[in-house]
Write a protein that binds this ligand. Structure first.
Ligand SMILES: *[C@@H]1O[C@H](CO)[C@@H](O)[C@H](O)[C@H]1NC(C)=O
Ligand SMILES: *[C@@H]1O[C@H](CO)[C@@H](O)[C@H](O)[C@H]1NC(C)=O
Ligand SMILES: *[C@@H]1O[C@H](CO)[C@@H](O)[C@H](O)[C@H]1NC(C)=O
Length: 397
């Protein structure tokens, strides 16, 4: 496999803006003496054009301040893409730039030599596609960057362009690329959450595999997710939110909420650790219906959907099961009637025996070569074991 790389960048630009602001807020000092150690001073590229260069290998000095300065100058001119050799650096524009991604743009980049046109994510996809067709080998494109840098959006643009190049192979009336794109809302409901930086942050890695036939048409696709941030299920820091799916289900139509015995998100321990319940401009009730529709479209049956949301509800109920000290030392018992109710609901939703579930949470079984030892857990350890179960459950969804 040969590879291409896209680096999405957010931090760089923030750094630059901080510098600019500092300059403007100290007007009284027209001339300022700066003392810097010689090891921290970098030469400026005097030959670089004022608008920056589109490929940073053209810079005379490839040091960090030079790279940041170049990216910032281009960003000022709304040029969000810059090459460093065959690596594409994308800086999040924090606005829709529709003209950059329309069909006309796709036509321009189709078959164009790399570096001939302005840097663009389509150019990277085009190189990978051509290499695959010409050499008959698999190609991969790596999209990396920090949270909020725009990896998910970049991946969507890549898929859209590849679908444009190799599109129109119909499966049951829908094109494969449509199905791949339509799987996004489903993945995002279960793997996205609001973080400080991003109201819709993907908290998982995604491996998208698109298969092409001999003639270069899309013949199949698979999306695999990995490394879900599991700790978020039971621990949310204010003002972040847990995974969207929990709030969506709490906003489901009345009869479904009754079926799952769900109340407001404020009544669940896993959600009420943070004071953020709603997102501006997002209607969770509508999102719930949209997610169900998206699940229909990608071919998840009614029964499977029901099973998935049963697990989501079970996690919420499980989080409300609390423990008190048991009769024996270092043992625990279900705390009160409320906890008992939530335990019963969890077991019902998971279709398992409530007593066995209780035992699984408040006892630990250890298998040694000689024997199997069952040990009771104190309330603190029982909470740990409850949370571990909740994390595992979400990763199964
Ligand atoms: C997150 O983004 C996806 C795709 O852009 C969108 O379908 C979904 O509604 C968004 N969800 C929230 C809660 O903003
Ligand atoms: C969070 O939910 C739990 C379980 O229902 C409840 O005991 C607790 O008082 C709630 N906390 C807040 C801050 O609302
Ligand atoms: C994210 O949500 C917060 C509060 O819900 C809102 O103030 C902010 O404008 C939103 N940001 C974006 C980029 O949508």
């Amino acid at each position: 496999m040969s590879g291409s790389k896209i680096q999405c960048s957010l931090g760089l630009i923030v750094w630059f803006f901080v510098l600019v602001v500092m300059k403007f807020t100290s007007p009284q000092q027209k001339e300022k003496k700066v003392v810097a150690s010689i090891s921290k001073v970098y030469p400026k590229d005097t030959e670089a054009p004022p608008g920056g260069v589109d490929d940073m290998t053209k810079l005379s000095y490839l040091h960090e301040p030079g790279v940041l300065h170049n990216l910032a100058m281009r960003y000022e001119l709304n040029e969000i893409y810059t090459y460093t050799g065959n690596i594409l650096i994308a800086v999040n524009p924090f606005q829709r730039l529709a003209h950059l991604y329309d069909t006309h743009m796709m036509e321009q980049y189709k078959g164009a030599a790399f570096g001939e046109l302005s840097p663009h994510v389509f150019a990277v996809a085009d190189v990978a596609y051509r290499a695959m067709i010409n050499e008959g080998k698999s190609n991969s494109i790596l999209v990396s960057g920090e949270s909020g840098a725009g990896k998910t959006e970049t991946t969507k643009m890549l898929m859209r362009y590849l679908a444009y190049l190799g599109g129109r192979s119909r499966v049951e009336g829908r094109t494969v690329e449509q199905q791949v794109l339509e799987s996004n809302p489903v993945l995002e409901a279960f793997g996205n959450a609001k973080t400080i930086r991003n109201n819709n942050s993907s908290r998982f890695g995604k491996f998208v595999k698109i298969q092409f036939d001999k003639s270069g048409r899309i013949s199949g696709a698979a999306v695999r997710t990995y490394l879900l941030e599991r700790s978020r299920v039971c621990q949310v820091n204010d003002p972040e939110r847990n995974y969207h799916c929990f709030y969506l289900l709490c906003a489901a139509p009345q009869e479904e909420r009754e079926k799952y015995k769900l109340d407001s998100p404020k009544s669940f321990h896993y959600l009420n650790q943070s004071n953020c319940y709603e997102l501006d401009g997002v209607n969770d009730a509508r999102e719930y219906l949209a997610t169900r529709r998206a699940m229909d479209i990608v071919g998840i049956s009614e029964d499977e959907q029901e099973a998935i949301f049963r697990v989501v509800a079970a996690i919420l109920h499980l989080g409300n099961v609390n423990f008190a000290k048991g009769v024996e030392i270092d043992s625990s018992a279900i705390k009160d009637d409320k906890s008992r109710f939530h335990l019963k609901m969890t077991a019902e939703l998971l279709r398992c025996d409530a007593q066995k579930l209780e035992d699984a949470v408040i006892k630990r079984v250890m298998v040694t070569p000689e024997e199997v030892i069952t040990r009771t857990l104190d309330p603190v350890a029982a909470v740990g074991s409850r949370d571990a179960l909740a994390k595992t459950l979400l990763s199964l969804v």
